[in-house]
Design a protein around this ligand. Structure first.
Ligand SMILES: [Mg+2]
Length: 264
């Protein structure tokens, strides 16, 4: 009897230890890949940029200053428009004309990585973005000058009716099925369609591929070189709005001072 019990006890102990090891390794501090828990909130790294964009007075000052400057530039460009030309401006929407930071803040509070964009569709359909300071006045001014406005955005065509409603609710001018060109063809193609029968005086955006397709998918080093090469366009033809909440740069490594850390 005793000899028969030994192997049975060994098997029982292996099973008990096996279960114990499984439950210890699957506790709340070691969530499986892809799961989010309050102890493992990787998206927290976006908080500083999001706070700056949504809460800082500096962001509002910079946005309003940018639109004031764009207004002066547009007045000057319109004054130079030749006979028979059909002047237009092209603008991005998100973080250029409208502020989506409440969606990003909600996702961050729930430790959900908003840069996966899987909550964006619901926001397009049901969200209530607000206007970037200075944007409405600028586009109303362009409208009064007789400039055609095209809103070229990578919001989805599938939710176009909701986006049109959102833009109309914000009282932005010239919002029509034709003037709002959403994701389907790349931005470069949608810009070319406008340029085919317009003189584009100005483009506005918060990311560089809002201005030129050469920036799309280019590594950061190449983007920096292209910025240098096109320096004369910034502030005249290309108007850049600040956005520290998401972008191609977000996973870049920082350059560090190579000196040892010394405290006083
Ligand atoms: Mg944008």
């Amino acid at each position: 009897m005793q000899k028969a019990l030994v192997p049975a006890l060994v098997v029982l102990l292996v099973v008990i230890f096996g279960f114990a090891a499984f439950f210890l390794s699957s506790g709340p501090t070691s969530a499986a890949a892809g799961e989010e828990s309050p102890d493992d909130c990787a998206v927290e790294k976006y908080e500083m940029g999001l706070k700056w964009q949504q809460q800082s007075a500096e962001a509002r000052a910079l946005q309003a200053q940018t639109y004031d400057f764009a207004t002066e530039q547009l007045d000057s460009a319109v004054a130079d428009v030749g006979e028979g030309e059909n002047p237009a401006i092209i603008t991005d929407l998100d973080e250029t004309v409208i502020d989506n930071s409440k969606l990003l803040a909600r996702d961050l509070a729930e430790c959900h990585d908003y840069s996966t964009w899987d909550t964006w569709g619901d926001w397009e359909r049901n969200g209530e973005p607000t206007l970037i300071p200075g944007a409405l006045e600028f586009f109303e001014h362009a409208d009064e000058l007789g400039v055609d406005i095209f809103y070229i955005s990578d919001r989805t065509d599938e939710n176009k009716a909701a986006t049109l409603d959102t833009l109309k609710a914000l009282e932005l001018p010239q919002v029509t099925e034709e003037s709002v060109k959403l994701l389907g063809p790349p931005k470069e193609e949608r810009r070319a369609a406008v340029e085919a029968d317009h003189t584009v005086l100005m483009q506005l955006g918060d990311t560089l591929h809002d201005f030129d397709g050469a920036f799309a998918d280019a590594p950061l080093k190449k983007q920096r070189q292209l910025v240098e090469k096109n320096q004369d366009k910034f502030g005249t033809e290309w108007i850049m709005l600040p956005n520290p909440t998401y972008g191609d740069w977000s996973e870049a490594d920082l350059e560090e001072w190579k000196a040892p850390l010394v405290t006083d």
